[in-house]
Write a protein that binds this ligand. Structure first.
Ligand code: SF4
Length: 359
């Protein structure tokens, strides 16, 4: 018997769903209903799509499927940070993290299996790029988190626990531009999952030519992984800087700020002992921002060492002194307390292998 593979619906955008509904000979208004079942109700079972006739349900069941990534493992940190190891149909795995605040929280999702950028401080970066995730796999991560917290149908802004999304897991989002942009537009659609564009932050290592494109294509917020005030230091810890040096990244940021109209651009800055954490480095950062006339906010991030890494975290005193120099020059520079350290869920620690596992 010849088995034809069922078509995956998760990750289809509105136009694709409309085309599919037309293809199976249904009236156009069914497309809107199907969209709502998938993305507003989070439904995966065609039999529970009660606004459809039995005939239509059977037709959908015969040709289509709505799947979530499989949860392979799950850990909860002492600080309630929750980490999932997720597996896709081809066996590839990524990690996803939920970082709760008092009455809301952010889900950190991945865009690639592995990463080609190779930042030297990043655990993920030590795992070679295997493949891009599809739009469905990117959206499916967040939907899995919603399953876990029972947040279907889409709650309102005020009541949702999973209020924010940070695209800061594995991978460089701008290296998987089309799928990421499509996923962002699905996540933010008001008739579905309906996360506000301003509540999504996408972090990039600085793929300068695509920064403004992503803002234009999605309207989500961008954060730049800067981590150094000079090309010399940045190239040492982020080899991508040889391709897109600071000047190009900051020019793109300037255009982004003008176009986006946001009050400031967020720069992530990992504090690495003896590498980028001197008071002189803080001063260099200030001069750089003044030169490019960028309203910047710096997130100073404590480094979480992982087995085999070559860097040490800066001391608390050093981080506070660094922040003070920036603050005195008028820049916000909050110090980020690492979360989920005991389960290796903090920034730069994600890796898709189930370490220590016999599986
Ligand atoms: S920090 Fe981001 S861009 Fe750099 S290697 Fe890690 S995952 Fe890739």
């Amino acid at each position: 018997m010849i088995m034809t593979e069922k078509k995956e619906l998760l990750g289809l955008d509105k136009k694709e769903i409309e085309a599919l509904i037309a293809e199976i000979g249904e009236k156009p208004f069914r497309a809107k209903q199907l969209w709502q079942w998938i993305y507003y109700h989070g439904e995966t079972d065609f039999d529970r799509m009660t606004s459809f006739s039995k005939d239509l349900r059977e037709k959908l069941k015969a040709g289509f499927t709505i799947t979530r990534p499989k949860i392979v493992a799950e850990q909860v940190s002492q600080d309630k940070t929750r980490k999932w190891l997720l597996e896709f149909a081809d066996g590839q795995r990524v990690e996803m993290v939920y970082i709760p605040e008092e009455d809301r929280g952010a889900v950190c999702i991945s865009t690639q299996v592995g990463c080609a950028v190779g930042c030297r401080f990043c655990h993920t970066g030590s795992q070679k790029l295997t493949r891009n995730l599809t739009a469905g796999e990117i959206v499916g991560q967040f939907m899995t988190a919603r399953d876990a917290y029972g947040e279907w149908p889409s709650p309102t802004d005020e009541t949702r626990l999973l209020s924010n999304i940070v695209v800061m897991g594995m991978g460089e989002p701008l290296h998987n531009f089309d799928n990421v942009a499509k996923a962002m537009n699905i996540l933010t659609d008001g008739a579905g999952i309906a996360i506000s564009r301003r509540r999504i932050t996408l972090s990039t290592s600085g793929i300068a030519p695509r920064i403004v494109d992503m803002v234009n294509a999605t309207g989500v917020r961008l954060a730049i992984s800067l981590h150094a005030p000079t090309n010399e230091i940045r190239s040492q810890i982020m080899p991508i800087n040889n391709k897109y040096p600071l000047e190009e990244v900051l020019e793109a940021c300037k255009t982004y700020q003008q176009q986006d109209g946001s009050r400031y651009i967020t720069f992530e800055y990992l504090m690495l002992n003896g590498i980028n954490d001197s008071l002189e480095n803080a001063q260099q950062l200030i001069e750089l921002m003044r030169k490019y006339k960028i309203n910047a906010k710096f997130n100073l991030i404590g480094f979480n060492p992982w087995p085999g890494c070559a860097f040490q975290p800066s001391s608390n005193n050093r981080i506070h002194a660094f922040a003070k120099v920036l603050n005195n020059a008028g820049f916000a520079a909050p110090i980020r307390v690492p979360r989920g350290q005991d389960i290796l869920a903090a920034c730069g620690q994600l890796k898709s292998k189930k370490e220590g596992s016999k599986a």
